[in-house]
Design a protein around this ligand. Structure first.
Ligand SMILES: Nc1ncnc2c1ncn2[C@@H]1O[C@H](COP(=O)(O)OP(=O)(O)O)[C@@H](O)[C@H]1O
Ligand SMILES: CC(C)(COP(=O)(O)O)[C@@H](O)C(=O)NCCC(=O)O
Ligand SMILES: [K+]
Length: 299
């Protein structure tokens, strides 16, 4: 019987590492056939500021263990592939975090192969050259690899032109033209950063948690808010949603095509923002990881 192999995609953002595992031997999905069904995913906060969220779990895991150990343990518990049959594909916009991950993977491999003089671990840090998409920005080397891989993933899933929105620590709203070229976009503070800025920069405004706050469970009303927390929530979500609506309209108007661009929304805050967006859109979870898994990499 052929020995199983797997690919681990890791999207290291400024708040969380997102992992997707595609494996021949996924225990939970043995009966399913499509590659989609062989995917498992998890989001692990980089500084333990909130619990990790395994796919489909109603009981997020809080951990004192660092994110890298959580990531390695999660992969080990989701596949029987040996490390030498596991390929790691890392897209990172946080260099120190991804360096620590690579060091740890290589160290683990050295320990496991202590008797051999070969270090057999396949860890790829993905760069622009790995992504088959033309890049039309002033300094391609400075473009966040998450933006490019996300745009690539979106253009694998939907026909361009596309507006690709990644709502994480920062919100990026990028344009892929009808020829499938990455044309740049806009960067604005994400919901978490906006909330932090308001709490830090003022005396009276509290730090609110958009997911935990009781008021936040109710649908967002566009009526003026009548208390401080609700006013902050209305303000920050509308700021991001309205910006996306406007940018999508502007990008589309600048390069009109027969059909309007498809708007793709991903990122940790996609759910909150989706509910407030006016432009029709598709929410796709773990877009960057999907792009990593779709890349055709050489040996
Ligand atoms: N479990 C959670 N608790 C609180 N906020 C969360 C949680 N999961 C995601 N978020 C939100 O998602 C954002 C991070 O999204 P993510 O796409 O992982 O960002 P990044 O790519 O910058 O690491 C945070 O700023 C926060 O607003
Ligand atoms: C814009 C970003 C901070 C978004 O990061 P994230 O919110 O995913 O953590 C990241 O893509 C980045 O560091 N970009 C470099 C600058 C650029 O893309 O132009
Ligand atoms: K982002």
């Amino acid at each position: 019987m052929k020995e199983p192999s797997c690919v681990v995609a890791v999207d290291v953002g400024n708040s969380a590492a997102k992992l997707c595992l595609m494996s021949d031997d996924h225990p939970a999905c043995e009966k399913k056939s499509s590659s989609e069904n062989r995917l498992s995913e998890i989001s692990i906060p980089i500084d333990n500021r909130w619990p990790s969220e395994p796919q489909g779990s109603t009981d997020p895991v809080t951990s004192d263990v660092d994110w890298i150990t959580q990531a390695v343990q999660w992969v080990e518990s989701h596949t029987r592939c040996r490390p030498c049959r596991t390929q790691w594909r890392i897209a990172s916009v946080q260099r120190s975090a991804s360096r620590q991950l690579c060091d740890r993977l290589r160290r683990d491999a050295e320990n496991q192969l202590a008797d051999s003089d070969q270090v057999n671990v396949d860890v790829r840090t993905i760069t622009r050259d790995d992504v088959p998409m033309p890049v039309l920005v002033d300094h391609p080397d400075r473009l966040g690899i998450d933006r490019l891989v996300g745009a690539f993933a979106a253009s694998e899933l939907y026909r361009p032109p596309l507006v690709v929105v990644d709502a994480g620590s920062a919100v990026t709203v990028d344009w892929v033209d009808a020829r499938g070229r990455f044309c740049g976009g806009a960067i604005l503070p994400g919901l978490g950063l906006q909330l932090q800025a308001l709490a830090r920069g003022t005396d009276a405004l509290p730090q609110i948690d958009l997911l935990a706050d009781g008021d936040c469970q109710t649908p967002l009303s566009m009526r003026p808010a009548t208390n401080t927390s609700s006013a902050i929530r209305l303000g920050v979500i509308t700021a991001v949603a309205a910006a996306i609506d406007r940018l999508a309209e502007n990008y589309g108007a600048a390069e009109p095509t027969d059909s309007p661009p498809t708007v793709i929304l991903t990122g940790g805050d996609a759910g909150l923002i989706s509910a407030a967006l006016q432009v029709p859109h598709q929410v796709v979870s773990r877009l960057v990881c999907r792009g990593l898994l779709a890349l055709k990499l050489g040996k």
